[in-house]
Design a binder for this molecule. Structure first.
Ligand code: SF4
Length: 103
């Protein structure tokens, strides 16, 4: 299970990096949050067969649940409105603030 989870986490990391390259989004600069979300997605891949959003409850409706596979149906609107998706995995690049102390 641990080895499988590590493999799934790596797949999600690759997906997330690739998706950022495609879209111009960036991952949450808070690595702790990004890692938590990636782990949640990986666990869903492992136990539920798809990388369902870890921040949205699944229902008994499969059509509805499909919309919650990452990248979910709502993330673009959320990023446009709030600067990040509901889970705070993907951010609009302009909202990526380099801490002043590192500049
Ligand atoms: S809210 Fe973000 S992390 Fe969750 S499924 Fe949508 S895009 Fe993925």
């Amino acid at each position: 299970m641990t080895k499988d989870l590590e493999q799934e986490k790596e797949k999600v990391r690759q997906f997330a990096r690739h998706y950022c390259e495609l879209t111009g989004y960036t991952l949450n600069p808070d690595e702790k949050i990004a890692k938590t979300i990636i782990e949640g997605l990986a666990k869903n891949r492992l136990t539920k067969g798809f990388q369902y959003c870890p921040c949205r409850p699944l229902t008994g409706n499969q059509e509805e649940n499909k919309l919650k596979i990452c990248p979910c149906k709502w993330h673009k609107d959320e990023i446009a409105a709030d600067g990040h998706c509901h889970c705070q995995l993907f951010f609009r690049k302009n909202d990526y603030k380099i801490p002043a102390s590192t500049v």
